[in-house]
Design a protein around this ligand. Structure first.
Ligand code: NOJ
Length: 553
């Protein structure tokens, strides 16, 4: 049994209250100096994560991949890409993390493979009607000569979700489905062989000691039978697009839950409370909660919360609904404000225009976010989130208060969204820029050679971890203090009790001995009595706008 998580709140399963830190390996720390982060880089920075006080890390994919979608296009699910290191590097990193009481969750990408994967290459070679083709979603085209795609589905990254192959005889042939990039063919999860391969892949990582999986596109996998047209297409289809009034025939199909029941049995074969966390963009929360029924996954990212505007009533409503819906199935709510697919919350909370998930922001966006306001709001939002009952995910760099990088040159952008929409959507590069560790070292301490796969802005010097570590008012100090207080007061395992009769614009609640008071309004409000444990911004006798405090008596 792993000794990770030894300091968690006693009496609860670790994942119910854990703070899990997302590492985006390409952008975290680069040990070999090639400008792309790697597993040895992760190991070298574990002391900093231990000092921050996180319970676990989740690593985005580091598997063999041609990197057309930054590793979410996997060509071998059971090996490390040389870009990131070796399996030995993984084992070493995991042992070091466990030695520090930090659990390790890896990413699993079951909806699709890379087109370079041997399964897909075999399917191409074997031809129409073969068993190998049936591992993916191949269909004949429509129109007189089959030159039209099988249906009107659109890729999440823009453009059609189908690509036509050239058969062995040199003629245009069947089409294959890819809900994401052309280089990411969808697997056919109706085929038992596919399910069996993944049972083995899960066991491979569980045997190595992984503490669980973040499961990519957990609302995908199964498509409506007959692959009917999408009623609202053609047009862009966001991965956050599945709602009750706009259901997509490729998201949230009922039989997908059989897959998660199967996976739950696999992880339950292992000791040490291994977990599954769903990336399922489905609404409303009552539907999302189906992913965390007792025999399915343990956690599901609360994207409804992430997407809620900076508005007291909207936040109270989404928190109430989340606690209600998740507890109805015996699951914790899994709070999250940032990840590698969304605009960093420092920038997002100050946006003044509509910006759908995945579109990103860039130099030609309608308006630039005010970063002073954004940082204040982000600090308050995080202070509030870290007091809520349940588990929380942090995305690397948010503990430094990093904003989205807006001015990435067009020719440096790498997200397939940018190319597939001909620059209409900036995509997600702005939240993926390599981290600043030091103000004065090459690549701000990210890489010993100064190389960086995405250019880092000069303002990174001010945000560097080293600069913030000694400053009690820094965002890093706020995160560290919040994680310490969260543990000390056990807030994550308490019930939430709303405080009534507060001024308009205030969100106020009690969790155990702690009272959280947040002012989302435009004017200062009186600060309630009590000893201040934590404040997201400086305060006097009043609580300023965009500020949250934790109080005890
Ligand atoms: C969700 C991942 O978080 C995202 O980064 C990726 O592009 C898609 N799934 C496709 O795997």
């Amino acid at each position: 049994m792993s000794d990770a998580g030894k300091d968690l709140i006693p009496g609860t399963e670790w994942w119910r209250t854990a703070v899990i830190y997302q590492i985006y390996p390409r952008s975290f720390a680069d040990a070999n100096g090639d400008g792309v982060g790697d597993l040895r880089g992760v190991t070298s920075r574990l002391p900093e994560l231990e000092a921050l006080g996180v319970d676990a890390i989740w690593l985005s994919p580091f598997y063999v991949s041609p990197q057309h979608d930054a590793g979410y296009d996997v060509a071998d699910f059971t090996d490390v890409d040389p870009l990131f290191g070796t399996l030995d590097d993984f084992d070493h990193m995991l042992a070091e993390a466990h030695g520090r009481g930090i659990r390790v969750i890896v990413d699993m990408v079951p909806n699709h493979t890379s087109a370079d994967h041997e399964w897909f290459q075999a399917a191409l070679a074997a031809g129409p009607g073969s068993e190998e083709r049936d591992h993916f979603v191949f269909r004949e085209g429509t129109g007189e000569d089959g030159s039209e795609p099988p249906n009107n589905w659109q890729s999440v990254f823009g453009g059609p979700a189908w690509t036509r192959v050239t058969e062995a005889d040199g003629n245009p042939g069947q089409w294959y489905l890819h809900l994401f990039d052309t280089s990411q063919p969808d697997l056919n999860w109706e085929h038992e062989w596919v399910a069996q391969q993944f049972d083995d892949i899960l066991r491979f990582w569980l045997d190595r000691g992984a503490d669980g999986f973040r499961v990519d596109v957990a609302h995908g996998l199964i498509k409506a039978s007959g692959l009917p047209d999408h009623a609202t297409a053609p047009g862009p289809v966001a991965s956050g697009g599945d709602t009750l009034d706009n259901p997509a025939p490729f998201w949230a199909q009922e039989p997908v839950h059989d897959v998660w029941r199967r996976w739950r049995k696999v992880v339950d074969e292992y000791d040490g409370e291994r977990v599954l966390c769903a990336e399922a963009w489905v609404y409303p929360l009552a539907r999302m909660a189906k992913w965390v029924r007792p025999d399915e996954m343990h956690q599901s990212f609360n994207f409804a919360y992430l997407e809620t505007a900076w508005d007291a009533d909207a936040l109270k409503q989404v928190i109430t609904e989340s606690l209600h819906e998740f507890s109805a199935v015996g699951a914790p709510s899994t709070w999250v404000l940032s990840n590698h697919d969304v605009v960093r919350h420092v920038s997002r909370l100050a946006l003044t225009f509509d910006n759908p998930q995945g579109h990103g922001i860039g130099p030609n966006s309608p308006a630039m976010p005010d970063l002073d306001i954004g940082l204040k709001r982000a600090r308050a939002a995080t202070a509030m989130m870290l007091a809520l009952p349940g588990s929380a995910y942090l995305y690397q760099g948010e503990e430094l208060g990093l904003p989205e990088v807006i001015d990435i040159p067009d020719n440096a952008r790498q997200d397939p969204t940018w190319a597939r929409t001909n620059g209409e959507r900036y995509g997600r590069d702005g939240c993926r820029v390599p981290l600043p560790w030091s103000p004065s070292e090459p690549a701000y301490g990210f890489s010993p050679t100064g190389a960086s796969w995405l250019p880092q802005p000069e303002i990174w010097a001010d945000f560097a971890r080293e600069v913030q570590a000694g400053d009690p008012n820094s965002t890093l100090s706020l995160y560290t203090a919040a994680l310490k207080a969260r543990r000390e007061f056990g807030t994550a395992a308490c019930d939430l009790e709303w405080i009534a009769d507060v001024p308009a614009g205030v969100v106020a609640f009690r969790v155990g001995e702690v009272t959280v008071y947040a002012n989302l309004g435009d004017a200062p409000v009186p600060l309630p009595a009590g000893k201040i444990l934590l404040a997201s911004s400086p305060h006097d006798s009043e609580l300023q706008p965009d500020t949250a405090v934790w109080l005890t008596h």
